[in-house]
Design a protein around this ligand. Sequence first.
Ligand SMILES: Nc1ncnc2c1ncn2[C@@H]1O[C@H](COP(=O)(O)OP(=O)(O)OP(=O)(O)O)[C@@H](O)[C@H]1O
Ligand SMILES: Nc1nc2c(c(=O)[nH]1)N=C(CO)CN2
Length: 334
Amino acid sequence: MTGQPAGGPPGRDRSGGGAHHDRITLAGLRVHGRHGVLTAERELGQFFVIDATLWLDTGPAAATDDLSLTVHYGELAEALAGIVAGEPVDLLETLAHRLVRACLAQPLVSAAEVTVHKPAAPISVPFADVAVTVARSRHDQELRDQELHVQEGGHTQEHTHGHAVVAIGSNIGDRLGFLRGAVRELDARLGVLAVSPVYETDPVGGPEQDDYLNAVVLVAAASPGELLAAARAAEQAAARERTVRWGPRTLDVDIIACGDLRSDDPDILLPHPRAQDRLFVCVPWLDVDPGATLVGHGRVADLVAALSAVPGAVAPRRTSHGLLTPHDLPGPER
Ligand SMILES: Nc1ncnc2c1ncn2[C@@H]1O[C@H](COP(=O)(O)OP(=O)(O)OP(=O)(O)O)[C@@H](O)[C@H]1O
Ligand SMILES: Nc1nc2c(c(=O)[nH]1)N=C(CO)CN2
């Protein structure tokens, strides 16, 4: 059932010699998951089988016999198994993309190929296997991410069109933990491009409640439906309850904008109808995109200036918390 990748690393020709010919293969990883379109697939689940091949230079690890200079296949297996056992998706393609992204999140890996097999798929005709394979070089993946890199609290240098802006907030329980969980969920479903610093903010609207932690995350552009699904999945993972409007919450995930896209769908209004009034959105947004504009409202920097000048306005207070754990950071220096 498991197969070898065909030929050399994906994207070799375009990666300017960055891809390597050595590889680590993890084959036949068998994990129970609930992916699929049918209700029965979601309820009962089934076993998925994963093959992953990672291209990297094994020379430095071999020369020093040092595990930290290669990929720990045990940790890789656990990371991939966690994704398969995690949030269900409809398509094998979606799952395969998530898994490839996790492989490329390993420092040192220049390319990866993942095959997701679904040997018990609901197919009415006898069959041996059905599988989807996704192959990516790091270079390809970065191009797909509009060449924005995850930078905590940093400024993205490149143009930030082709991304969506997501605001996250929490004011109950383990606020930081909920925000970190949101970043992980958004990354798994959409791909995170940049994460702002965390701000502590006074509650705006609603009943008397505790202060919030707020941040803004840039993710790869997606359809309004995909953005909303990711927001809801993250909120559900934090056991978010909707009782009081603007009331306290473990996690709120608002889609602020996706380029110039407009949506009148009440389930996903784009741009978010109240973003322009909210310092807790606009201030962290500027951190990750200093040149940002909000469709219909102009430059975010001007919005911040105007909102800050309103009598009684309380500025968000920047904290030293980070939302990316060391494990999430790309590169060997993480
Ligand atoms: N851009 C958007 N991002 C997130 N949810 C949205 C968006 N547009 C509409 N909604 C819908 O708004 C509804 C209420 O969302 P929620 O309870 O999170 O509101 P809220 O966060 O309390 O208030 P606010 O919308 O002012 O931030 C949800 O059903 C959601 O589908
Ligand atoms: N400070 C702060 N206030 C809020 C927030 C929030 O995230 N931070 N979210 C709200 C509804 O989305 C309402 N009020």
